[in-house]
Design a protein around this ligand. Structure first.
Ligand SMILES: CC(C)(COP(=O)(O)OP(=O)(O)OC[C@H]1O[C@@H](n2cnc3c(N)ncnc32)[C@H](O)[C@@H]1OP(=O)(O)O)[C@@H](O)C(=O)NCCC(=O)NCCS
Length: 139
């Protein structure tokens, strides 16, 4: 099983930044199929590609000092580490950019899926009881 997970991800290419723009529509389709709404303040940030096919994507936003991201993975590709890797790319982006925002920079993720909860808990996020809804936070 480990071999399958690793070899499956080896064939997946992760891209970030402007090179994701041609994949905007395909990425939104995956979000819709996954039942999540990408709010207007979020921009496509990363995509996972198998060949030329988009199999997962991540969107990000900064609102003041608050960074947030959403992840969606094509059902056929779930549970192979793609969502975790896309989350890692967003977390790395936050860590790189937060210097500019200083000590006040925060990351808040609105969680609507128990699997995402698991992914975030694995990465040191904790529930933020001060927010309305289920939010996970990390500094
Ligand atoms: C949430 C989502 C992005 C995760 O993507 P993914 O590629 O399947 O995630 P990964 O394979 O990287 O990680 C899944 C982890 O959850 C675990 N998991 C699988 N099923 C689970 C379940 N039912 N409950 C809890 N954890 C579960 C896996 O064991 C794995 O843990 P590990 O990293 O410790 O091995 C994907 O399920 C998805 O696109 N869902 C629809 C859209 C959505 O809800 N996005 C999140 C909005 S908050």
């Amino acid at each position: 099983m480990n071999w399958y997970r690793t070899s499956a991800l080896d064939s997946v290419r992760f891209i970030v930044g402007e090179s994701v723009l041609p994949y905007y529509n395909a990425a939104m389709k995956i979000a819709r199929a996954g039942g999540i709404t990408i709010l207007r303040d979020k921009e496509l940030f990363a995509a996972a590609l198998s060949g030329r096919q988009v199999i997962g994507a991540a969107w990000e936003s900064w609102q003041g000092n608050d960074y947030s991201f959403d992840v969606a993975v094509d059902k056929a590709w779930q549970n192979r580490g793609v969502g975790g890797k896309l989350s890692d790319l967003c977390i790395r982006e936050f860590d790189e950019i937060k210097e500019a925002y200083g000590e006040e920079a925060r990351m808040h993720i609105h969680v609507v899926n128990p699997i995402m909860e698991h992914v975030l808990q694995n990465r040191g996020f904790t529930k933020d009881p001060t927010m309305n809804g289920i939010f996970y936070a990390r500094q």
